[in-house]
Design a binder for this molecule. Structure first.
Ligand code: AVJ
Length: 377
């Protein structure tokens, strides 16, 4: 299908130099109370079924017992959710992934050029290595300041990879394991140290060999899943985790065309609908819930005031659903707000980045202005 983001020549780019709240579901203050309430019933339920998970049930109930029901997008990514998201990235309507990928392909040499051999790459929300691969494949080149040096003259730096260590951080442990296995085969020289964690909580980086430089990588417009305030907090936290002198490569969606966005988040094949409903399938399995997923409608709406796409699961009927021993009441047509994908203007993103203490050092975007990759210092 001809979408106009494919009109331009491949990879044509525009160059110009230039606190632990959860995603949109509040995870802060309500936590303590509900955790205590949930433990009883779930403890009993746990006896027979090893798949039940306290953390998933607690997180889900925190959102479902609120006056306006929410579930955090981090719950999407069980194994089936990761598979469905991968399917989404292949849809013609979901322009984000392929636009960013082409852009990354084009700019990777310029990014690598700014780093010495022996650097560390830290990826936030890494469910597969395809994007990181664009960077991991780079070899250090003999750079201008080194011309005439022994290494440059004898070519000693040329075969060295820019990155010696790769730290993917994600909530999806099976995905991380699979990545590490693939990379062990394809990049035996690379040290891969996955961290299973929700990046919205403080993440401590694993100990590693001495590194020459460190770069954070947050592709996919995943930053759009965070509320603007927590997004700034996140960027600030990353800055202190990575330390002074670190770089950060940030990918974000800049499309604000409602028709295109709705196609991308409510595709005609229904893959996104299935991805959304899979949350309920997961809760049935892992939080001892009694959802009937097919009776929840998938809704994607463009909220122009907040500049975000919202995904909802709307209960077609009034009912009570059990979750980890608790009854959750639904009125007819009541929604569970499952995701926000904020779409930032460059101006607003710059403000957030600056507020977090970073400096925008380089910006790139595709020729249709759908997606941006920014390098921060
Ligand atoms: C992976 C968070 C960037 O918000 O576009 C895809 C997830 N949700 N379709 C996004 C998603 C619906 C995606 N991110």
């Amino acid at each position: 299908m001809p979408y106009d983001d494919e009109d331009g020549p491949n990879g044509s780019v525009v160059l110009s130099d230039s606190r632990t709240a959860g995603s949109h579901a509040p995870m802060g203050s309500a936590t303590g109370g509900i955790v205590a309430e949930v433990r009883g019933p779930l403890g009993n339920a746990l006896k027979g079924q090893v798949q039940l998970r306290h953390d998933v049930a607690e997180t889900a109930l925190r959102g479902l017992l609120a006056p306006r029901k929410t579930l955090p997008p981090s719950l999407f990514y069980d194994e089936e959710g990761c598979r469905l998201f991968y399917e989404i990235t292949k849809l013609p309507e979901y322009y984000l992934t392929r636009t960013e990928f082409r852009l990354l392909e084009t700019i990777a040499p310029a990014v690598a050029e700014l780093l010495p051999a022996g650097a560390t790459l830290v990826e936030y929300g890494a469910s597969d290595e395809t994007k990181a691969e664009m960077l991991l494949a780079r070899k250090a080149s003999a750079r201008a300041p080194m011309r005439g040096s022994f290494d440059a003259l004898f070519g000693n730096t040329r075969d060295e990879a820019v990155f010696q260590t790769y730290i993917p951080i994600d909530v999806a442990e099976p995905a991380l394991r699979a990545m590490r296995e693939r990379l062990a085969v394809h990049r035996p020289e690379l040290s891969v140290v996955p961290v299973t964690a929700d990046f919205m909580r403080p993440v401590e980086l694993p100990k590693r060999e001495s590194e020459t430089a460190i770069m954070g990588f947050f592709p996919g417009s995943t930053i759009g899943n965070l509320e603007p305030g927590p997004a700034v907090d996140f960027l600030g936290r990353v800055r202190s985790t990575l330390g002074n002198g670190a770089k950060f490569l940030l990918g974000f969606d800049t499309c604000r065309d409602p028709a295109r966005l709705i196609r991308a988040y409510d595709d005609p094949q229904g893959v996104t609908a299935q991805f959304n409903r899979n949350l309920l399938v997961r809760l049935n399995r892992e939080a001892d819930a009694t959802f009937d997923p097919e009776t929840f409608a998938h809704r994607a709406i463009w909220n122009a005031t907040e500049s975000r796409v919202e995904m909802h699961l709307v209960s077609r009927v009034g009912r009570t659903v059990m979750v980890a021993g608790r009854g959750v009441q639904f009125a007819r047509d009541e929604s569970i707000h499952t995701e926000n994908s904020y779409k930032y203007t460059p101006e607003r993103m710059r403000t957030m980045i600056t507020a977090a203490g970073w400096t925008v050092s380089k910006t790139w975007s595709d020729s249709n202005g759908l997606f941006a990759l920014w390098l921060l210092d």
